[in-house]
Design a protein around this ligand. Structure first.
Ligand code: SPD
Length: 340
């Protein structure tokens, strides 16, 4: 019976993705390695709505595609501070909360935060942190923070996120600043630090930084927590450390661009993702910190005990919209990387 059901779901997903029984479609633009294809297939099988899925690896890529205006996305997945930028620039449509009947599953502590104080535009998808992964079979000296990580003896043994705001934030933390203490002055102080650090990095990768660690190409990484959680599941030698100086906590959200043509379909997908049993599938494939409390009840003790997915302590901060200084950060990192 189960086999028959699985075959029917697969068949209708196939028919749905071929558009044969299409009851609408929607264009989704989301982070790479974040939304399981099986979730999208399940949605199509149930609703007949075809999902055209494109991915990006940074908030800057998302923003520049939307600003260029060449594409017609119906559902996007910015991080909190980028959603804040988009709300300020009137780039998001208000959500019809009456259609989001499963919204009550989300942890109330993650609703109505400074990026969307009225809770009108965004729905939390996953949260996570940015921290250090250490291959403890290869690295025997303690690595507690950014200064230990970017030590000269680690030259060509490092993978880090290819993300300009992240890189500059780590430098600011190492200088005793907080993540949002960004000004022309603090950027001038961060510049020589970043200049030294980029010389030590072997791989910049935001899509799948775990790969260089798994392959043994590098021994240490600064990565998204979900990537660290996968490494931990693969092999306990990969330990996750939240840097002592401070670490970034992100809340990635679902939101509908202003003027999107398929808003009813986008609402339907958001509400589908908010179902506990669907959200559980997302956690199984991409083990970030799940903000859906009903889904968390379905996770196994092993999933909840993963120290990267559910860290017990850490000095955490979320990023805020920094306006035009975001362009200064991009210029700073681009200059230093090209001077290599
Ligand atoms: N592969 C999914 C990565 C999601 C990372 N989101 C957080 C970005 C914060 N700058």
């Amino acid at each position: 019976m189960n086999l028959l059901k699985t075959a029917l779901v697969a068949l209708s997903a196939l028919i749905g993705s071929a558009g044969l029984l299409a009851k609408g479609e929607l264009n989704l633009f989301g982070w790479s390695e974040y939304i399981p294809q099986e979730v999208l297939d399940g949605f199509t099988a149930e609703t007949g709505i075809k999902v055209n899925f494109e991915t990006y690896a940074s908030n800057e890529e998302l923003l520049s595609k939307l600003v260029a205006g060449g594409s017609a996305y119906d559902l996007v997945q910015p991080s909190d501070y980028t959603a804040e930028v988009m709300i300020r620039r009137k780039m998001l449509a208000p959500l019809d909360l009456a259609k989001l009947t499963n919204l009550g599953n989300i942890d109330p502590a993650l609703m109505k935060l400074p990026h969307d104080p009225a809770g009108k535009y965004t729905v939390p998808y996953m949260t996570g942190t940015v921290g250090i992964v250490i291959n403890t079979e290869k690295v025997k000296t303690p690595v507690r923070g950014y200064k230990d990580f970017f030590a000269p003896q680690h030259k060509d043994r490092l993978v880090v996120l290819n993300d300009n705001r992240e890189l500059v934030t780590w430098a600011l933390y190492s200088l005793g600043h907080s993540a949002n203490d960004i000004s022309k002055e603090t950027l001038a102080k961060a510049r020589p630090v970043v200049a030294e650090w980029v010389k030590l990095v072997k791989v910049f990768d935001s899509d799948s930084p775990k790969t260089a660690l798994l392959n043994g190409d590098v021994d240490l990484g600064i990565v998204w927590s979900g990537e660290a959680a996968i490494l931990w599941n693969e092999d306990r030698k990969f330990q996750y450390v939240l840097p002592a100086e401070g670490a970034h906590q992100f809340i990635d959200v679902l939101a509908i661009p202003a003027g999107a043509k398929n808003q009813a379909e986008a609402h339907a997908l958001i509400n589908y993702i908010l179902r506990p049993e669907v959200s559980k599938l997302i956690s199984a494939k991409f083990p970030y910190t799940n903000p859906n409390l009903a889904a968390r009840k379905l996770l196994s003790p092993d999933e909840l005990a993963n120290p990267a997915s559910y860290p017990k302590e850490g000095k955490l901060e979320t990023f805020r919209d920094i306006g035009r200084l975001a362009a200064d950060i991009d210029q700073l990192v681009t200059d230093l990387k090209s001077a290599q």
